[in-house]
Design a protein around this ligand. Structure first.
Ligand code: NOJ
Length: 512
């Protein structure tokens, strides 16, 4: 396990929308470099940058055309190497986004693979042996290539699946994972990883990590074996490199596949979803809404078994949001967000903060951009100030990658820096607290002390620290003995006296 993860706090950057330094309306590497001090002062010491590689951008860069070359719109490879260097000088680690499941249909490997005559890349993708032969259980495309077969897709039409084999082969064109050509795909991905690690990157967020071996079994033994093989390479050659999976199934991702971290992903109706986005499944009873109709046991019932089963193997990670999810501000106001973040940033594992969530950027209703569809509204330019284009770019407003929040009260960094009660300053205070208290970091234990269905507050322990949380607009109490602990940090007001914890409306108490 890379040691630096223990107190890591990640900041996710969607590079298109972070900071534009050359006025072309789109973010760039120099922009990220210029904002490293901001990120460090915020309290984050690690970055995850969404795919920044050469791409036709039919899926915002998740359709990679060249794994080893950055997209010119962000700068050059040298600019990215400089970003690694400058980040390291400030104690910031950098993860890139690895997309191992598919490439763009414009990738040279795919161009070779679709040729009628056999070549090195014939089996780099999954093809049937007849132009009219369907692929059972998977989306596919036929009739587009000279090769007499159809090919399997991993996501959008522009993303043919790379071939890591089929665990259970049912057709003669399906190859087993240990076929030399499937192993060659895996080795090609290792080569991509080595390339970036050798140039100074610190690891990868792995896209659709569960998707690699097809016709896999229930426990994903084919895909997990593949990742374990990659983890062996990392342990041997790059022991400080970190890998976080987009999987959302920590027992598989951490215990079997060997990822260091897995995301607790938002899925309608799941435990994480009940915290901030319960509106996706009907009446909104999100736990962090101040109407107090939430129920923390809906979260705990799912989280606790997963946390308990995986805590010795890796980190199950909490996110404010990501580039695929509606921003939490869609549904929660800043006071509600303060408590939601207080919770997310004091949980075990490694927290991830999506750019702009620290100021409560809004979800924008916008037409689709680069395959974003409903996700586009969470990908708008960072709002740095009240100046032109919210300080994101000096280019003309028409040239911006996406429009900035047009409302008069659009939140921005400069204004919130001046206001000691702002969401931004609360995030800073929370991350400072986490940095100072080892008991609030990734490894320290987590125990539920008071959590009753439809009752508040919620009280939990991290190491020796006791934390109590009341997201509602009513004062709440719980019979919890705090011992000799006193208030170390608070949002709102609360106290622990004579075996009772009392929390005033919308408050958060850290007792040490
Ligand atoms: C998950 C990524 O987060 C998403 O943005 C992308 O569209 C798909 N994987 C396909 O790569």
């Amino acid at each position: 396990m890379p040691k630096w993860l223990k107190n890591a706090v990640f900041y996710e950057i969607y590079p298109q929308s972070f900071y534009d330094t050359n006025g072309d309306g789109i973010g760039d590497f120099t922009g990220i470099i210029e904002k490293l001090d901001y990120i460090r002062d915020l309290g984050c010491n690690a970055l995850w940058i969404n795919p920044c590689f050469d791409s036709p951008f039919k899926d915002a860069g998740y359709d990679v055309r060249d794994y080893k070359k950055v997209a010119p719109r962000y700068g050059t490879n040298s600019d990215l190497y400089r970003l690694f260097e400058e980040a390291h000088k400030k104690g910031i680690h950098v993860l890139l986004d690895l997309v191992p499941g598919h490439t763009s249909e414009e990738h040279p490997w795919f161009k070779e693979s679709q040729k009628a005559e056999c070549n090195e890349y014939t089996n780099r993708y999954v093809w049937t042996d007849h132009p009219f032969a369907p692929i059972k259980g998977y989306p596919y495309i036929g009739g587009e290539c000279e090769r007499a077969g159809v090919y399997l897709l991993n996501f959008f039409k522009c993303q043919p699946a790379l071939n890591y084999g089929f665990l259970n082969c049912e057709e003669k064109w399906q190859l087993p994972p240990d076929h030399p050509d499937c192993i060659a795909t895996r080795e090609a991905m290792k080569d991509v990883m080595r390339f970036w690690l050798d140039h100074g990157c610190d690891g990868f967020r792995v896209d659709m990590a569960a998707s690699l071996v097809k016709n896999d079994d229930e426990v994903k033994s084919g895909t997990c074996a593949l990742w374990r093989n990659i983890r062996e390479m990392l342990d041997e050659e790059y022991p400080e490199a970190a890998m976080v999976s987009e999987w959302g199934d920590p027992v598989k991702a951490l215990n079997s596949a060997g990822f260091h971290m897995d995301f607790y992903l938002n899925r309608p109706g799941n435990g994480y979803n009940t915290l901030m986005r319960d509106y996706e499944t009907g009446e909104d009873n999100s736990f962090f809404k101040k109407d107090g109709r939430g129920d923390i046991t809906r979260f705990l019932e799912e989280y606790l078994p997963d946390y308990t089963a995986t805590k010795e193997h890796g980190y199950y990670c909490m996110l404010t949001c990501n580039h695929d999810t509606l921003r939490p501000k869609y549904n929660l106001d800043d006071e509600e967000l303060k408590l939601a973040y207080a919770f997310l940033f004091t949980m075990p594992g490694v927290p991830y903060l999506y750019y702009g969530d620290e100021i409560g950027m809004r979800y924008q209703k916008l037409p689709t951009k680069e395959g974003g569809y409903h996700r586009t509204g969470s990908r708008t330019p960072m709002q740095w100030s009240a100046e032109i284009n919210a300080g994101f770019s000096t280019g003309s407003a028409d040239a911006l990658y996406l429009p900035v929040d047009p409302t008069a009260d659009a939140p921005n960094v400069a204004a919130q820096e001046m206001d000691e009660n702002s969401l931004l300053n609360t995030v800073k205070a929370l991350l400072k607290l986490r940095r100072e208290e080892e008991d609030l970091q990734a490894d320290a234990g987590f125990e539920v002390i008071y959590a009753e269905s439809k009752r508040l507050p919620f009280v939990y322990r991290r190491g020796d620290i006791l934390i109590a949380l009341n997201p509602s607009a009513e004062t709440t109490t719980a019979a919890v003995e705090a011992g000799s602990r006193s208030v170390r940090f608070s949002i709102g007001k609360g106290k622990a006296e004579n075996g009772t914890i009392t929390l005033e409306p919308q408050s958060f108490l850290v007792l040490k």
